[in-house]
Design a protein around this ligand. Structure first.
Ligand SMILES: [Zn+2]
Length: 460
């Protein structure tokens, strides 16, 4: 039975869907004004893994991940670039899809754009206003009054006073309380017409938090099963979503809250000012996308994930071991026998709060057994279970030869030519020359393996 660590209760709970056999899941997505970075890669891959496991477990899943296509950073960037917001956001949505596709992330069922839900956001704000939970501040922004909502702080596990103390309190300004947040920003004259919507409170645009309450409600209903996102969104974003949705509807918003851990780089916080900020594109220039996915999934989703060249190199070597087993023992079909011991361990691991670290360990046990026994059924099991995590789906040789054979470029031809020369040298008993060629290839990062089928090569 699936258990999920629920941020709201701070413990693992047995997962019981609201509607038997169905799961409705919402994950906070990207603000599209720049390329996605490693933190985004983790959110996308982690919740893709969750979605795949829910489906593999037989649930009928509806998965929504929103796109924030209106906010301060977007408006600023569009102005700097001298382009329209729509052109800017369309471009970065396309880039996000390219990155997600490369990482093997299946598209969510819905990817709503905030700007398409402004009407629903306004209805929600009106409802909050009618209930006395929202007020128009002196500067004409509409704000949420956190002290009017009883459960504020329950996701963070903190009282209002503790949260206030933790806030770097800007002068309360027009707000009644420093924790109050903006639901509707009134239009500033310098802003372009593109970001102004008419509303009962005058022209303006929505605040950030309200979009998730409005879009999740519209696509999944006012009460759904799983809400996910990065740990950094727990407060204030998710706390505010709860206040908005439960405040407006008067009942529970979400049953299970899931948060993935931070990504660090060389054990430091990733930030532009530290110069250790990586976009997915930067990383994919250096590493195979499946290696990056494997690196993300072999850690538990709630643990911090430390990105470094050493760790990525280690992930590459590990994935190489799995693919080597598949190359050595060609699997029959990639079907899964769930009654088999390894598959049962894999299922137990995944049902234990999506413990992919343990599930990946099972893959290594299968690879060892495939190597030892040469059993095609074991290799089929390895390929099948790897597939549940979105791994091991490629031709093993293509992976092991790392792009060169896929590209069919000159490099592969050159390597094959050297392998041919080495074979001739061996024929002529010129072992010194044969060894020299092997060493030359190794110096270029190419390892040779002599097998009954001839000499195979792979990236070392
Ligand atoms: Zn959100």
């Amino acid at each position: 039975m699936l258990q999920i660590h629920n941020t709201l209760t701070r413990k693992k709970e047995i997962f019981i869907p609201i509607e038997p056999g169905k799961v409705r899941m919402y994950v906070c997505g990207m603000t599209v004004y720049d390329f996605c970075h490693l933190g985004h890669a983790r959110v996308m891959v982690v919740f893709d893994m969750v979605a795949r496991w829910l489906r593999a477990s037989g649930f009928d899943l509806a998965y929504v991940r929103n796109i924030t296509d209106i906010d301060d950073k977007i408006i600023r960037r569009a102005r700097e670039n001298g382009e329209s917001i729509r052109v800017l956001t369309d471009r970065f949505i396309a880039a996000m899809h390219e990155d997600a596709d490369a990482l093997g992330v299946t598209r969510p069922d819905h990817e709503p754009r905030a700007t398409e839900y402004v009407g629903q956001m306004q209805s929600l704000i009106e409802r909050l206003h009618d209930k006395g939970l929202a007020y128009v501040a002196e500067n004409r922004d509409v704000c949420y009054s956190v002290r009017k909502f009883n459960g504020y702080g329950k996701l963070s596990g903190k009282s209002l006073d503790e949260l206030r103390a933790g806030e770097r309190v800007e002068i309360a300004g027009e707000k009644n309380d420093p924790l109050d947040f903006v639901l509707w920003k009134h239009a500033r004259t310098e802003e372009p017409a593109e970001v102004k919507w008419t509303s009962p409170w005058g022209e303006g645009r929505p605040g950030w938090h309200i979009e998730c309450s409005a879009m999740s409600s519209d696509l999944l209903g006012d009460h759904f099963d799983i809400h996910g996102g990065g740990q950094d969104l727990q407060f204030p974003h998710h706390e505010n979503e709860i206040a908005q949705s439960e405040g407006a509807h008067g009942h529970t918003f979400v049953n299970y809250w899931m948060h993935n851990g931070f990504v660090r780089v060389d054990d430091e916080k990733m930030s532009k000012s530290l110069g250790n900020f990586f976009t997915i594109r930067d990383v994919l220039k250096k590493y195979d996308a499946e290696v990056v996915r494997f690196f993300i999934l072999r850690a538990h989703y709630r643990s911090p994930l430390n990105y470094s060249d050493a760790h990525l190199e280690d992930a590459r070597q590990s994935l190489t071991r799995l693919y080597t087993a598949l190359r050595n023992v060609a699997p029959a079909d990639a079907s899964i026998d769930w009654e088999e011991t390894h598959a049962r361990r894999f299922r137990e691991a995944m049902d234990d709060d999506f413990n992919t670290a343990e599930a990946v360990a099972v893959l290594f046990d299968l690879a060892n057994e495939a190597n030892r026994s040469g059993s095609a059924a074991v290799a089929a099991q390895l390929k099948g279970l790897g597939g549940v995590l979105g791994l091991l789906g490629r031709d093993p040789l293509a992976f092991l030869q790392g792009g060169a054979s896929e590209a069919g470029g000159d490099e592969a031809g050159e390597i094959e030519a050297l392998i041919g020369q080495r074979a001739q040298a061996k024929e002529a008993k010129d072992f010194a020359e044969a060894d020299r060629i092997r060493a030359e290839l190794l110096a270029r990062g190419i390892a040779l393996e002599d097998s009954p089928q001839g000499t195979l090569w792979r990236r070392a």
